[in-house]
Design a protein around this ligand. Structure first.
Ligand code: HEC
Ligand code: HEC
Length: 400
């Protein structure tokens, strides 16, 4: 009988149950604003009372000190409902101020019973995600209109000219050929042109002389050397181990050469990424694909006597996770190594979920045969790494 009355009252408060049911509850329109207004002050970025954070999907669904607070499909078993409804008399939520209305509680119940649908694009509070450039899908900008159409040679010019026109600035005149070839050579190769190259370009009267020059420079092996430098900085490439001993890594250049060749061969960005992240796991991985994973071997390595090997293995694994994120995810995750931050979309828990991928990889050295100058082929071994060893039920990593 008590239950019937409760249901009856609930329906009255929600106007009509049938209408509410068929409509479903929209997390973004109805649930998030309610939680933001009544719960975030204690369960949000600033405070997580009872270990519960409700503004982020992952934390909210994970629950608080007493486990899951939201059990999708089962509102009556969900701690959140027990607390807001007063069923848990000791921990009524919110603990101060006005209680939630019957209608609001019904809405929360309905949302949970329908599976607690929480769209991924609202996984974090708006301040964390939607507005940040790193989380926006790249989209092609519309080409701006310009008045002086005859000045435009390709659509990049539209962007430059439309701004110049807006500022009422006239474009500079085209540079002379000597300036052009110097600029192009430094931009594309990082090297000055030789006097003969300058002469040849100045004397080349063909209408597409400039395009031909660009093509010639793009074909130069120095193009890859010049542009690999930027990637190698991101990949924290070094010829030596770092730390106090700073031992030489005689074969580190093999990875550097892979990057240079990848750029010179115009390797598409997806293959460029896959081969460096996990080239060794590709079916029938080729030697160059395995060499690409040298990306992960660029961490500092400590081989001093008396060091705690496990400590430096963990440090290297942290570095691997952080660098992989910085290079590919468009955001840094390194700050979450030690603690979560109020407005950082990556939590410490997520950092170690990502870390776990690398934590299970042992550093295996591979033999690589490289054609040396003069045509001889020599076998060589990559730098010393770590090997996994099972020891009394525990996994340990020992130097190779
Ligand atoms: C003024 C601060 C405050 C507000 C606002 C507040 N809570 Fe709480 N909440 C707490 C505190 C404190 C605890 C820990 C209670 C305890 O352990 O006795 C808690 C615990 C909880 C728990 C249990 C977590 C666990 O695992 O132990 C849930 C669920 C919860 N709150 C839900 C809510 C919801 C939903 C709202 C908004 C409708 C809300 N709270 C608003 C302070 C607040
Ligand atoms: C190696 C571990 C570690 C890393 C990495 C780390 N922190 Fe911290 N952070 C700490 C520790 C420990 C404290 C607490 C220091 C104290 O209370 O004296 C702290 C405190 C803070 C505080 C102060 C918090 C407060 O409530 O007073 C801020 C802000 C902060 N860190 C931001 C960052 C940022 C941003 C990054 C990344 C650039 C970062 N942390 C990376 C360990 C780390």
């Amino acid at each position: 009988m008590g239950r019937t009355i409760a249901t009856f009252l609930l329906c009255l408060a929600a106007w009509t149950c049938a209408a509410a049911d068929s409509r479903g509850v929209d997390y973004g329109k109805e649930i998030q604003p309610l939680l933001a207004e009544r719960c975030y002050s204690c369960h949000g970025p600033e405070k997580q009372k009872g270990g519960l954070r409700l503004d982020r999907k992952m934390d909210a669904l994970h629950g608080g000190d007493n486990g899951k607070a939201i059990i999708p499909g089962k509102s009556s078993e969900s701690l959140l409902i027990k607390n807001v409804s007063g069923e848990n008399a000791d921990t009524v939520m919110p603990p101060k101020g006005e209680r939630l209305s019957t209608k609001q509680i019904a809405m929360l119940r309905q949302w949970i019973d329908a599976g607690a649908v929480w769209p991924d694009e609202l996984a974090a509070t708006a301040r964390n995600s939607k507005d940040h450039w790193a989380f926006k899908v790249p989209s092609r900008s519309a080409i701006p209109h310009v008045r002086n159409k005859s000045w435009v040679r390709n659509s990049i010019d539209n962007f430059i000219l439309s701004r110049l026109e807006k500022e009422r600035i006239r474009p500079s005149p085209e540079a002379d050929k000597l300036t052009l070839i110097r600029r192009l050579s430094f931009d594309l190769l990082g090297l000055p042109p030789t006097p003969e190259e300058v002469q040849r370009f100045i004397e080349d009267a063909r209408p597409d002389a400039y395009e031909r020059l660009v093509d010639r420079l793009l074909r130069s092996p120095h193009f890859g050397e010049r542009w690999a430098r930027h990637w190698l900085d991101i990949a924290r490439y070094a010829d030596s181990d770092g730390y106090e001993k700073d031992g030489i890594r005689p074969f580190a250049y093999l990875y550097k050469d892979w990057v240079i060749e990848a750029i010179n061969n115009d390797l598409p960005i997806d293959e460029f990424s896959i081969e460096q992240i996990a080239g060794d796991l590709l079916p029938g991985a080729t030697l160059p694909q395995k060499t690409a994973t040298g990306f992960h071997r660029q961490t500092l390595t400590n081989k001093e006597g008396g060091i705690d090997q496990e400590e430096f293995r963990c440090k290297a694994t942290v570095d691997r996770a952080s660098t992989t994120a910085a290079a590919w995810l468009g955001l840094t995750v390194g700050c979450a190594e030690c603690h979560s931050h109020k407005y950082d979309p990556i939590t410490q828990r997520e950092f170690y979920q990502f870390y776990a991928f690398f934590n299970h990889a042992s550093e295996k050295d591979i033999y690589v045969a490289k054609r040396r100058r003069g045509g001889t082929i020599s076998g060589c071994k990559k730098q010393v790494g770590w090997r996994r060893r099972e020891d009394q039920g525990r996994t340990r990593f020992v130097p190779d």
